[in-house]
Design a binder for this molecule. Structure first.
Ligand code: GLP
Length: 241
């Protein structure tokens, strides 16, 4: 595990964008795994800025989302499909088909999960997976006690995650209770993992992931098993190390 500690959130975005841009410059048809939430937004905006300046060609990317809420239509502004439309599809100049999201609006969610795994495999696997971390150590929506070998599946959000994500919704009760998420086993198959964390509120989860045992109670600790995992942290997120 490589740990990179930089002074602030803007440095996290720049450093991580450099890693992603270097990969894309060498391999324009990179398959990029894209996290949602607030943590990676700075990376996406920095990549879009470089594209707008003509310094980076993003046209040949294929992207796969980590997860999606069950019960929100793709058009719902708080769905991750809508988030990725705003932060990636349009600013990166991609067609919507280039950015895949688990289809959590399907009647048969187990089938949707299986098809998502097949789509990732058909694309040749994810080359570089961008990750955030939940305050409880989740990655994707793999909450504590998720199996370390789990695959894409339907799962329930923890009370803590629903409370953390209530800031994105009008009312706490509007936060969905379930999601479709790539599993920890799925995430571990990516060629490279790039986790970003900013702020004091992530410090305990980061410390557990890096210095604690590999344990289902901290799903991000599974990154210790990956041969090419990089954590880019600001000083506040690294303050528990
Ligand atoms: C979200 C997402 C994760 C994300 C994490 C942290 O709910 N499902 O992919 O990494 O929780 O969120 P944030 O970056 O907003 O702190």
């Amino acid at each position: 595990m490589d740990i990179v500690i930089v002074p602030n959130a803007s440095d996290v975005a720049t450093y991580a964008a450099d890693v992603v841009a270097a990969r894309i410059a060498g391999t324009p048809d990179t398959v990029l795994g894209v996290a949602t939430g607030s943590s990676p937004v700075g990376i996406y905006r920095e990549l879009a800025r470089r594209r707008a300046e003509g310094a980076l060609d993003l046209a040949h990317l294929t992207c796969f989302a980590l997860d999606e809420y069950v019960g929100l239509a793709p058009e719902h502004p708080r769905s991750y499909a809508a988030y990725l439309d705003r932060e990636i599809v349009r600013p990166f100049g991609l067609d919507r088909e280039q950015v895949r999201v688990p289809d959590a609006s399907r009647a048969d969610l187990d089938e949707a999960a299986e098809e998502y795994e097949q789509a990732i495999a058909a694309a040749g696997g994810i080359d570089l997976q961008i990750l955030g971390i939940g305050t409880n150590g989740h990655i994707g929506f793999n909450e504590p006690i998720s199996s370390l070998s789990s695959r894409t599946r339907v799962t329930a959000l923890s009370a803590q995650t629903r409370a953390d994500n209530a800031r994105f919704f009008d009312r706490p009760d509007d936060v969905p209770t379930h999601c479709l998420t790539q599993g920890l086993g799925t995430i571990l198959e990516a060629g490279r993992l790039l986790l970003v964390a900013q702020g004091e509120r992530k410090a305990a989860a980061v410390a557990a992931a890096v210095e604690g045992p590999v344990a289902a109670r901290c799903p991000a600790s599974v990154l210790q098993f990956h041969p090419r995992a990089t954590l880019v942290l600001d000083e506040a997120a690294a303050s528990g190390l």
